[in-house]
Design a binder for this molecule. Structure first.
Ligand code: IMP
Ligand code: MG
Length: 214
């Protein structure tokens, strides 16, 4: 396993495109505030520390790009020690507002995980397909123990039931942006989570369609 010297948050902050706003005009309604997120990180930190109290090393595999903000905060909160944060690419939305139903998994930083305890970190538990696929992938690669942790869980029927071991906050079954969740690669850097104004989705959709036919 390779350990990157740069912390996740430093990498986010070095990116000139990242703006850490508490809210934004494109939001219709704030569903989760930045303060709720801050408190939830503290609760999850304690739960994860307790669950892995007897472990000497744990790989925290965070799914790009949605879990980057979450992983950065958790890395700060867990502190230096036995937790190694490793990024992996697993995508099912591909920029839109609905899951494509397929999940692609790719991690350049992940080498040998045979016998390792792995905690998968994702932003959202929606249908459950992403966690199910990534968990199965790690088990076939020889991980000794695979647990899952999500920041948000949609209040909906999870078609691919893999109840996460750690859940931050329940959220309504609506399309949300902020704290890692994007709409067409935007809004990930918001420190809160909310729904978008309908005209924002409509205008972006319209703009995209015009571009694709011109
Ligand atoms: P699942 O595979 O259906 O559980 O979907 C989980 C993935 O879909 C998460 O990693 C999110 O990145 C993405 N996702 C689910 N709900 C939303 C949303 O409301 N906004 C943006 N992305 C979402
Ligand atoms: Mg995701």
């Amino acid at each position: 396993m390779t350990r990157s010297c740069m912390k996740i948050k430093d990498a986010i902050q070095n990116n000139p495109l990242c703006r850490h706003h508490d809210t934004c005009d494109d939001l219709h309604r704030v569903v989760i505030t930045s303060e709720q997120i801050r408190q939830t990180i503290q609760v999850l930190t304690r739960q994860i520390q307790d669950a892995y109290a007897k472990h000497t090393s744990v790989v925290i595999l965070f799914l790009l790009k949605g879990a980057k903000q979450f992983a950065g905060d958790l890395e700060d909160s867990l502190g230096e020690g036995k937790f190694e944060f490793v990024p992996a690419q697993a995508s099912s939305y591909r920029g839109g507002t609905h899951s494509t139903g397929e999940v692609e998994i790719n991690s350049h930083d992940m080498q040998d995980i045979t016998g390792q305890s792995v905690l998968i970190l994702d932003d959202m538990y929606d249908s459950g397909l992403t966690l199910k696929r990534v968990k199965a992938h790690l088990e076939t690669k020889g991980a000794a123990d695979v647990k899952t942790c999500v920041m948000f869980e949609k209040e909906c029927h999870h078609t691919h039931e893999v109840a996460p071991d750690f859940v931050g906050l329940p959220v309504p079954n609506e399309f949300l942006v902020g704290y890692g969740l994007d709409y067409q690669e935007q809004y990930r850097e918001l420190r809160c989570v909310g729904t978008l104004k309908p005209d924002i989705i409509a205008s972006k959709f319209h703009h995209e369609n015009i571009q694709s036919v011109s």
